[in-house]
Design a protein around this ligand. Structure first.
Ligand code: THU
Length: 154
């Protein structure tokens, strides 16, 4: 179900979330987004404390652009197989602007997050800077994607 917490300031969040937010902010500097000029940074933390950063990667063939969330999830799965993901933060900025822009994960990324969560049988906490310039903390990928399509539907 779609239950989540909201916070006016990042400082009000727990220590791990604040750490991931900072890593996600840093990751925006490696965004390759010459077409959208929209820099997205993500960072996830594994069960052993390893942090994996990622950012959106674009291409002149627009449909090939890849969101920061999927970059970071696929990187974690490829480099640290078998590890469980504890939490993930995502933030966005317009090129040449310092302030964060409210943004929420797209539907495709929610679907991928959901299957990672199903695979590892453990909730993935998600923190994002969203509408109203508030911080949102979701307890799981499932809470970001009610009535998700999954392998049991096949
Ligand atoms: N983008 C992300 O990285 N994550 C999202 O959840 C939404 C969109 C990227 C994709 C593209 O490079 C740019 O933002 C504009 O859509």
């Amino acid at each position: 179900m779609s239950d989540y917490l909201t916070f006016d300031a990042a400082e009000s969040l727990d220590r791990e979330s604040r750490y991931l937010i900072n890593k996600a902010k840093e990751a925006t500097s490696h965004s390759y987004s010459p077409y959208s000029k929209f820099k997205v940074g993500a960072a996830l933390i594994l069960d052993d404390g390893t942090v994996v950063p990622g950012s959106n990667q674009e291409n002149a063939s627009y449909p090939l652009c890849m969101c920061a969330e999927r970059v970071v999830l696929y990187a974690a799965s490829a480099i640290y197989p078998g590890h469980k993901i504890h939490g993930l933060a995502v933030v966005a900025q317009r090129a040449k602007e310092k302030d964060l822009v409210p943004a929420t994960p797209c539907g495709a990324c929610r679907q991928v997050l959901f299957e990672f969560e199903e695979r590892q049988k453990k909730p993935i906490r998600i923190v994002l800077f969203g509408p109203g310039k508030k911080w949102f903390q979701f307890p799981s990928a499932a809470s970001l994607l009610p009535l998700a399509f999954d392998k049991n539907s096949l």
